[in-house]
Structures are given as C-alpha cells and as structure tokens.
Write a protein that binds this ligand. Structure first.
Ligand SMILES: C[S@@+](CC[C@H](N)C(=O)[O-])C[C@H]1O[C@@H](n2cnc3c(N)ncnc32)[C@H](O)[C@@H]1O
Length: 312
C-alpha cells in the first residue's frame, strides 16, 4: 500500500448508490467465485472499494486518486485487506501508465465515481465551499498549477461566461461574468466567501434553497480539475484494459458528464465493444436520499466490455 499522510477525524464521504454499484460491478457474477483485478479510478475515502473487497474474497483492487488526503483515508480504511489492495496517487489520465507499471493485465471491473467528495466540500481550507470561507483554490490534486482564483482573476469576460454556461449550466453566466470582471478591478478574488457574495449580488440576492453560486462553483471546479478530459481518459483506459465480460460502472453528477458516458456506451455498443446493462441511468432511492443528500444528482451507468472471440 502507498505511504500517505494520516487522515484526520472529520466526517468522511458516504459512497453513493452503494448497492447499485456493487450489483453493476458483479454483473451477474458469483461474488464468492469471482477473481481478478478491479480498478477504482476515483477511490476517495474507499467506501465503494471496501464494499467490493468485502463481498468478493477472491478479488484484488488497484485504487487510484489524485488527492493525497483522500488516499490517506482509503489507506487506513482498506489496510485490513492487506495484499489484495494497491493504492497509488494518480489521475485518470495516468491510469493506463499505472496499470502497465503494476503489471496486473486485463481487468474484471472498473469504477469511476467522478464527483466531488465530501472531503472537499466539508473542508473549507480546500476552497470548494461557498457556504464556508476558504482560499479560492478547488484543486483536488494540490500539485496542479492553476487554481480557481487564477481563472476568476485572469480569464477574459467572454471565456469566463462560456465556462459558467457550458460547465455549470448557469443561465445567468453573462451577467455573473460581467459582475466578476468589474469587481476584480477593485481587488482580486482570493476567498470563496467573497466570490459567493459577489455572485449572489449579481443574481439579486439569496432566495430559495439553492445558493446562487452553486452552478458557478461547479463550473470553476470542473475547469480547475479538467474534469471533462479526465472522464474521457478514464473511459478510454477502461475500454483498453477490461477483459471480455468485465464491468464498467460510471457515476456522474452533472448532465453534461452523463451525456458523455451515455454516448460512449451507445457508440461502443453499436460497434460491438460494449453491452449496455441499463439503458436508463440508475439513481438514488428515496431511502438513500434521506441519509445522503449529495446522492440526489448521482447517475449510474453500467456497461460490459465485449471482445471478439471472448477473453484474450
Ligand atoms: C466522489 S469521490 C469518490 C468516493 C469513493 N467512491 C468512495 O466510496 O469514497 C471522487 C474522488 O475521485 C477523485 N478524483 C476525481 N477526479 C479524479 C481524476 N481525474 N483522477 C483521479 N482521481 C480523481 C477525487 O479526488 C475524489 O477523491
């Protein structure tokens, strides 16, 4: 297992759709008889990984995450599985390289749970939260150079507006971008609270349950972490490394992301590389939503890799 910093005692991420994910990973295979390597491309606090390893005593897991803090939590949580687990710090765009280096060969399953973690949202010092003040950062991988502050303070108005519109589905993108560009002339944005306040002001104040900065913060986070490109890299790595019959489970939290996953599976199914397990994405039950509000926008799609002539 990787040596990572000790996790602290603040609340840990609750895995979304836990039963549906395990069901998708197994894809009808007997958990007691199942062997081979699974990849968790977004290990986070290790909740989904733990459920899989518990259910399937013959399975091994390679878990990656770009966030050292998340990997620290997963290291502690999964320690009891010993040699069955390898954890590595890496991005999805590096997954192929990591799999090659680990020499684990073809995979029995891949999970991509590409949302933001409670670990990020609940720690204001990471700069993801508009509810609590922190530095305007939003990097999941702290070694990335570009922060949210770099984007807000340096992008020109039309690029900023496009970002808010396309990555955040924010209809008031132009109005917000204009307000931010005017405000930053007085002083650059350095803190999440100041940015959230300026966005709320541009939108005419805080009304209703959803904070007016929600969509803009999502757009900035997606840009800082290059989430669109990373998802595509993860899907392609899964297609390359999954064995015949291997399962790919993808959980997304954004309509644009879900569209990318849907098209990827549909195109692959047309060309015989994928079999779709569920035509419509699965979402959280009322029972889960009562316990975990963050599951409300989660969508799970599952596909099975098909290779001509069966397993290679
Ligand atoms: C929603 S959480 C995953 C939670 C996890 N399934 C669990 O059960 O605890 C997403 C995690 O994926 C990581 N992540 C997001 N994008 C990534 C990427 N492109 N490469 C590697 N890790 C990524 C984040 O750092 C975060 O820890």
């Amino acid at each position: 297992m990787a040596e990572e910093p000790e996790a602290d005692a603040r609340p840990v991420h609750l895995p979304v759709l836990p039963e549906e994910v395990l069901d998708g990973q197994l894809a009808g295979r007997d958990p007691q008889a199942l062997t081979g390597w699974f990849v968790d491309g977004t290990t986070g606090a290790g909740g989904h990984a733990e459920a899989l390893l518990e259910a399937c005593p013959g399975v091994h897991l390679l878990g990656i995450d770009q966030d050292p803090e998340a990997l620290g939590l997963a290291t502690t949580r999964l320690a009891r599985f010993g040699e069955r687990v390898r954890l590595r710090r890496a991005r999805l765009s590096e997954l192929c390289r990591v799999i090659r280096k680990e020499r684990i060969g073809r995979l029995a399953g891949v999970l991509l749970d590409v949302g933001v973690c409670s670990l990020h949202l609940d720690r204001p010092e990471r700069g993801f939260s508009f509810l609590e003040d922190g530095p305007l950062d939003m990097r999941m991988d702290p070694s990335r150079e570009r922060t949210a502050a770099d984007i807000v303070n340096h992008w020109d108005e039309s690029d900023l507006a496009d970002l808010l519109y396309y990555e955040g589905d924010e209809r008031a993108a132009r109005k917000i971008a204009r307000a931010l560009c005017q405000a930053r002339r007085r002083a650059p944005f350095l803190r999440t609270a100041a940015l959230a306040e300026e966005i709320a002001r541009a939108m005419g104040g805080v009304h209703g349950k959803t904070h007016p900065a929600t969509k803009s913060f999502q757009a900035l986070r997606r840009a800082v972490n290059e989430e669109g490109d990373e998802l595509i890299a993860g899907l392609e790595a899964a297609e390359h490394w999954l064995d015949d019959g291997g399962s790919l489970c993808v959980i997304s939290f954004h309509s644009g992301e879900d569209r990318v996953v849907k098209r990827f599976f549909q195109q692959g199914a047309k060309e015989g590389r994928w079999e779709l397990v569920n035509k419509k994405p699965r979402s959280a039950s009322a029972g889960e939503l009562r316990q975990n509000r963050r599951a409300r926008s989660a969508r799970l799609r599952v596909g099975l890799r098909r290779r001509k002539g069966g397993a290679a």
